[in-house]
Ligand binder design. Sequence first.
Ligand SMILES: C[S@@+](CC[C@H](N)C(=O)[O-])C[C@H]1O[C@@H](n2cnc3c(N)ncnc32)[C@H](O)[C@@H]1O
Length: 283
Amino acid sequence: MANLEAIEKEMRSLGWWYQHFELPSGLRTGNGQEPGYDAKTRWNFIAPHVPQDLAGKTVLDLGGNAGFFSIQMKLRGAGRCVLVDPFVEFNRQARFAAGQFGVELDIINEDAHTYCLTTDERFDYVVFLGLLYHLKYPGLVLDRLAEMTKHRIYIQSNIIGSEADTYENKANYERSLDDPLLEDPAYPKLMFVENLYNGDATNWWLPNYAALAALVRSAGLKVLDRPHPQVIVAEPEFYFGRVVYPKLVFPQYGKKGGAIYPGVQQYEPELWQELIHRSEDKK
Ligand SMILES: C[S@@+](CC[C@H](N)C(=O)[O-])C[C@H]1O[C@@H](n2cnc3c(N)ncnc32)[C@H](O)[C@@H]1O
């Protein structure tokens, strides 16, 4: 009991949890209230597409937050598992959660773009959930991930519009004649967010249903399944290869008054407190 209290105290000291999940002690991260989400609901769409036995396989969990998905892969026997997230608060949570499950994660505090552009490593399985729309250069990262994936990649993105709108690609689009197709709600589109989306300055591009799959295919990946409108399971189909530039220069980017990336990110203490209070109020 005393041990459980100590675990709960430590979990609470780690602040606001986005990923809510159960620890081996039976405790749940966060407080079970919004904001935040039950990470298992997302895992349920992906789990049937993950081999039961991942013995010795390598995993990349980009934007891995508090480590829920990395931990699931480790529990299926994965070997090296790299979790990349630029927020120090989430890195701490992931370290704590992995410790609770007795698994080891390689936690890297890094921005997705710079990580993908500076590593040579390829992974058997890549987990890319809830991150695409947070990236200023989502196509660049997806292209790299396609190249970095040996077997399978799990992708989730928030989307805009309706998934009921089906769209058939044309082999060629005639200038002027076909331009009105842009007005077709089903046509692949990315909505650019110059300011805030959902009150969040870290959102940049929201794809619609067709655009998410189109981006995935154009990266050289084959869509194997779409167990949810937001979720795609894919594997490498066409290998474009890569070029390594020893002196790559990457621009910093951000929004006025918001964080500047790449770089180590830390929540403003007031915002972090506000997130905690907001969820406490709903208890
Ligand atoms: C919506 S959460 C998704 C977390 C987790 N992948 C999931 O599906 O539960 C987005 C995560 O991406 C991280 N993130 C935001 N911008 C990032 C960036 N530029 N590079 C890498 N991770 C980023 C956030 O810190 C956060 O942990």
